[in-house]
Write a protein that binds this ligand. Structure first.
Ligand code: G6P
Length: 369
């Protein structure tokens, strides 16, 4: 096992640090900004079903569901196709409306999650075409789908999903950009710009990983907290959910992720001088709005930890701790902004003496209901 961990103390931290590599592997041979080509062989003849889809339904659980939420924003922005993201466990039991023209995308690291598999079977029985985004080759979900694309992140051993999440985003982005290209909802120039940006992600993730020591210090400050709130807007909203999930899974600290603007409808009541609030506040179209949300938390003496874009001048003045990540197009930011949150939860869990790779009550793949 020590050999498998490759010198790291836990699988989780090894897998976090593998991400520049796993994202690169995921794009290898599939994306080329020079020629503007996107090649996803596994989509086969079914790709036109996506191009002509009236609606996309995404079904998944856990972290994969969070990847689905990011994909919702991405597909709607670039493909102009309405997207609904469903918890597989809810979808399968509520007699969902599935019409001709609906296409389902199932996302699963393990490819064995019982609820996701059942949701696929249900959609299939109603005539839907199903695409799979799986990590494990030959898994049940990969076999149950009509077409799909593997994430090629390599085996993920830590129960808390890290590299599978960023690989899922990479694949989903590539699928969406391919569909947008075929549909004509993206200009050649914009597509080129996005592909060039995609190619920079591994290096930007690498730079985000260099913040490890700084994040360890922040973890030391907050390791005894009883609660955490994570807030973000737009593409960073699902990142807030994922940051909170990572923390609760492995450190057993109660954490909530929320869209920053929804805070005023509830969570703001929880804020006092003891409450750490993590803002994912990178430079994007909702930046100004997030800044006012930070001010609202400050006014109630919350302890603000902000993930910002490198060089931000304003937010550091309002935050107790600032984590600077490299700039990237906002639609791709989740792959970068999630990195410090993975590291933060990891270090807090280690400091609390938790079993980070195998947290209590959790399973890597949930093959029963
Ligand atoms: C379990 C794991 C999570 C994972 C979820 C969905 O709860 O602990 O890390 O996100 O299942 O799993 P899947 O393999 O379908 O992505």
């Amino acid at each position: 096992e020590a050999i498998e961990k490759g010198g790291y103390e836990h699988f989780m931290i090894k897998e976090i640090f593998e991400q520049p590599r796993s994202i690169k592997d995921c794009m290898r041979g599939r994306l080329d900004s020079q020629t503007g080509r996107l090649i996803l062989g596994g989509l086969r003849e079914y790709v036109n079903k996506l191009v002509n889809a009236d609606r996309i339904l995404i079904v998944a659980c856990g972290t994969s569901w969070h990847a689905g939420l990011v994909a919702e924003y991405f597909f709607e922005e670039f493909c102009r196709i309405p997207v609904e993201v469903e918890y597989a466990s809810e979808f399968r039991y509520r007699n969902p409306v599935i019409r001709e023209g609906d296409v389902v995308i199932a996302i699963s690291q393990s490819g064995e999650t019982a609820d996701t598999l059942a949701a696929i079977e249900l959609a299939k029985s109603k005539g839907a075409i199903i695409f799979g985004v799986c990590n494990v080759v030959g898994s049940s979900i990969a076999r149950a789908t009509h077409a799909g694309a593997y994430t090629h992140a390599g085996p993920e051993i830590g129960v808390a999903s890290t590299k599978a999440f960023t690989a899922q985003l990479t694949v989903l982005n590539m699928i969406a950009l391919l569909v947008a290209q075929k549909k004509g909802t993206i200009t050649e120039q914009k597509l080129h710009e996005m592909l060039v940006e995609m190619e920079t992600i591994p290096e930007k993730v690498e730079r985000a990983l260099q913040l490890n020591d700084q994040i360890q210090d922040i973890a030391a400050t907050f390791k005894d907290a009883h609660n955490f709130i994570y807030l973000g807007r737009g593409y960073n909203f699902p990142v807030a959910l994922e940051g909170a999930l990572k923390l609760k899974e492995i450190s057993y600290i109660h954490a909530e992720g929320y869209p920053a603007a929804e805070m005023k409808h509830g969570p703001i009541a929880l804020i006092d001088e003891e409450m750490p609030v993590v803002f994912i506040a990178t430079r994007d179209s909702s930046y100004e709005k997030v800044v006012s949300n930070i001010q609202e938390v400050k006014a109630r003496k919350g302890r603000v930890i902000s993930v910002v874009t490198e060089g931000d001048q304003l937010i550091p003045k309002m935050s107790e701790f600032v984590i600077e990540v490299p700039a990237v197009h906002e639609a791709l930011m989740p792959m970068v902004s999630v990195i410090p949150l993975q590291l933060l939860s990891y270090h807090i869990a280690v400091m609390r003496g938790c079993n980070v790779d195998q947290p209590r009550n959790l399973a890597k793949s949930v093959t029963v209901e």
